[in-house]
Ligand binder design. Structure first.
Ligand SMILES: NC(=O)c1ccc[n+]([C@@H]2O[C@H](COP(=O)([O-])OP(=O)(O)OC[C@H]3O[C@@H](n4cnc5c(N)ncnc54)[C@H](O)[C@@H]3O)[C@@H](O)[C@H]2O)c1
Length: 340
C-alpha cells in the first residue's frame, strides 16, 4: 500500500524535474491527444467559477479533473486560476495553477505541485502539435501576439515543431516587454519585436494569439489565405476569419461549445452561421495523421481552451523525475488515520 506521503514540488522543483524540456512536453502532448482518441482518458469539461460574474469577471478559477488510464494510470486535478488584478501588480503572474495527483485505485493523493509552468508549457505544446500537422508547408514566418508567459513557451514550441521557421514577429502592446522576451532567444532564431499588429500579421504563415484582450484584435483582412491561425484565448479573431476558414481544429469541442456567446466558434454555431461539421478535434488529427490541407490556399484555425489531461500527463512525468532524482519535500497526510 502506498504510504500517506505527498510529494510537494514548488516551482523551482518542477523546473529541476525537467518542465522546461519542450521536446519532451511536445511528445507527452501528442501522446495525450492519441490516448484521448483511443478513449483511454476520462477528461470531463472543466468547470469555471467566474468572479464576480460571467460577463464582468476580473478573476476566475477552473477545476479540471482527469483520469488517465492505459500505461499511465493516474488520476489528478488542476486548480487553475487567472486574475486581471494581477496584471496591475508587478511580480504577480496572470495565471497561477496547482496540480494534485492521486492513485486511481486507493485514491491516495501522492503529489501536489506548482502547475503554472506546466500550464505554460503544455498550452503552447498543444499549439506546437497543431502546427506540426496544420501549418502551411515550408512555413517561414510566424507572428506571435502577446509576449507574456504563453508567448515565451509559444516561441519554444513553434521553433521545435516547425523547423522551417526562420522569423518570428513578436507583437505586444508593450514593446519593451516584446524586446526583453526576444532578447532571451538571441542567437536561436530571428525575433522582431513590434507593437504594430497589422504589419506583424500581414503575410505571416502562422499567426498565434495569446493575449488578455477581451475582443477581436486581428483583422481578417490581414490574414493571408493559406495561413494557420492559432487562437489560445477565446476572443482575438474576428467572426469573418472563423467563417472564411476551410477547417477549424480545436482541442476539445464540448468544452469550447459550452462557452456560448463568450467564444467566437460557439457563438457562430449558436447563431447558425457556422456548421459544427467544420469543427475537427486535434485528437482525430494526431491519431489518424489527418492531412487537412488539400491545396496551398486553405486557411486553417486551431482554437484552444486547454484540456486538463495534458496537465496531468505532464505532472505525472515531473513527479516521476522528481522521485528518481530525490527532488521535493515529503509531507504526510496523516500519522495514523482515525475514524476508520
Ligand atoms: N488555451 C489554453 O490552454 C490557455 C492556457 C493558459 C493561458 N491561456 C490564455 O493565454 C492568454 C495569455 O496568458 P498569459 O499567461 O501569457 O498572460 P500574460 O499576461 O503573461 O501575457 C499576455 C500578454 O498579452 C499582451 N497583450 C494584451 N492585450 C494585447 C493586445 N491587444 N495586443 C497585443 N498584446 C496584448 C500583454 O501586454 C501581455 O504581454 C490568456 O488569455 C490566457 O487565458 C490559454
Amino acid at each position: 500500500m502506498r504510504k500517506p506521503e505527498i510529494l510537494f514540488l514548488k516551482q523551482e522543483d518542477v523546473i529541476a524535474a525537467g518542465v522546461k524540456n519542450m521536446d519532451k512536453i511536445l511528445e507527452l502532448t501528442e501522446k495525450t491527444f492519441n490516448m484521448l482518441s483511443k478513449g483511454e482518458i476520462n477528461n470531463p469539461s472543466k468547470t469555471m467559477t467566474l468572479i464576480p460574474n460571467c460577463e464582468d469577471w476580473t478573476s476566475y478559477f477552473m477545476s479540471m479533473p482527469v483520469h488517465i488510464g492505459g500505461d499511465i494510470n493516474v488520476a489528478g486535478i488542476k486548480w487553475a486560476a487567472e486574475s486581471m488584478e494581477n496584471l496591475k501588480t508587478p511580480g504577480m503572474p496572470y495565471g497561477i495553477d496547482v496540480i494534485l495527483l492521486s492513485d486511481p485505485t486507493t485514491v491516495m493523493p501522492f503529489a501536489i505541485m506548482d502547475g503554472t509552468l506546466i500550464t505554460a508549457m503544455r498550452t503552447s505544446a498543444s499549439a506546437g502539435v497543431a502546427a506540426k500537422y496544420l501549418a502551411p508547408k515550408n512555413s517561414e514566418v510566424a507572428c506571435l501576439v502577446g509576449a507574456g508567459v504563453i508567448g515565451r513557451t509559444m516561441i519554444m514550441a513553434l521553433m521545435s515543431s516547425v523547423p522551417t521557421l526562420n522569423e518570428i514577429r513578436l507583437v505586444d502592446l508593450d514593446l519593451a516587454k516584446a524586446q526583453a522576451l526576444a532578447d532571451e532567444f538571441e542567437g536561436q532564431i530571428k525575433i522582431i519585436p513590434m507593437d504594430n499588429l497589422k504589419s506583424g500579421a500581414s503575410d505571416a504563415d502562422i499567426i498565434a494569439t495569446m493575449t488578455t484582450a477581451r475582443s477581436p484584435i486581428v483583422k481578417d483582412s490581414w490574414i493571408k489565405n493559406n495561413a494557420l491561425v492559432i487562437q489560445m484565448s477565446l476572443y482575438e479573431i474576428e467572426d469573418e476569419t472563423a467563417l472564411r476558414a476551410k477547417k477549424i481544429v480545436v482541442d476539445n469541442w464540448a468544452q469550447l461549445k459550452s462557452k456560448g456567446t463568450h467564444a467566437v466558434f460557439s457563438k457562430l454555431v449558436d447563431e447558425n452561421k457556422l456548421s459544427e461539421e467544420k469543427i475537427i478535434e486535434l485528437k482525430d488529427v494526431t491519431s489518424e495523421k489527418l492531412q487537412l490541407r488539400n491545396s496551398d490556399d486553405e486557411l486553417i484555425i486551431f482554437g484552444s481552451h486547454g484540456v486538463g489531461s495534458l496537465d496531468i500527463m505532464c505532472a505525472n512525468y515531473i513527479y516521476q523525475n522528481a522521485i528518481k532524482n530525490d527532488i521535493g519535500t515529503k509531507l504526510n497526510l496523516w500519522d495514523k488515520p482515525i475514524w476508520l
